[in-house]
Design a protein around this ligand. Structure first.
Ligand SMILES: [Zn+2]
Ligand SMILES: [Zn+2]
Length: 214
């Protein structure tokens, strides 16, 4: 039986990303606290944290935020790492070959390595990214792009600090099974929801990330 509307944050970084501080335990803790049904772990160019967390019973989509030659790209439901710094079309092809889907994250955020829109192979567009500033403007521009391209719309927090998890999430009409969830995203059975990360929380996250880098 279909359970209407799983709430999944489709863009979560953990301390396996060099610029994030969220531990795997914090991912589980904050996801439950925010009432999420699951998350996609999308660390920068590594699957390590996602695969480790996947051993829990909590619904975890193993993803990567890949640094391509033409901007960032979210790969969702991949079992093996996809190398960075490849042409975006080749990267998308590799994602598809490994059974995953390719989502264009923050497509209009020029200051955040926005992915090139000169490819027609995306499976979905991330229209809500809680780290976007100004949030309303970029959400509106992203939605226009998704509508123009006729692609499904997703949302994710792009959190790098535990409490930011769930600031945005995608409501997905699917059973709580990763393959079904990804299939539903591809079919467009999604509703993007969310708000910007509050300033105080964002500043705290930035400070912790800076402390980690020093
Ligand atoms: Zn990014
Ligand atoms: Zn990100």
């Amino acid at each position: 039986m279909k359970s209407l509307g799983l709430k999944i944050d489709l863009h979560v970084h953990t301390c396996y990303s060099p610029d994030a501080v969220t531990t795997l335990n914090e991912v589980t803790y904050y996801s439950k606290k925010r009432g999420l049904d699951g998350v996609a772990i999308t660390d920068h160019d590594t699957l390590a944290g996602a695969l480790k967390l996947k051993k829990n019973r909590f619904t975890v989509i193993s993803g990567i935020e890949i640094t391509t030659l033409h901007g960032h790209l979210l790969a969702l439901n991949v079992a093996t790492p996809i190398p960075p710094k490849l042409d975006i079309n080749e990267t998308i092809q590799r994602i598809h070959e490994s059974g995953g889907i390719a989502v264009a994250p923050h497509p209009t955020l020029f200051y955040k390595s926005a992915p090139s829109l000169r490819t027609s192979s995306y499976d979905a567009i991330e229209v809500i990214n809680s780290a976007a500033i100004p949030f309303q403007l970029f959400t509106c521009l992203n939605q226009k792009i998704a509508t123009r391209l006729g692609l499904p719309q997703t949302a994710g927090s792009d959190s790098h600090h535990g409490p930011e998890i769930g600031a945005a999430y995608t409501v997905i009409e699917a059973d709580p099974d990763v393959d079904e969830i990804v299939c539903a995203i591809k079919k467009g059975a999604t509703i993007p929801m969310g708000k910007p990360i509050p300033w105080r929380m964002r500043l705290k996250g930035e400070a912790l990330s800076l402390k980690r880098k020093i």
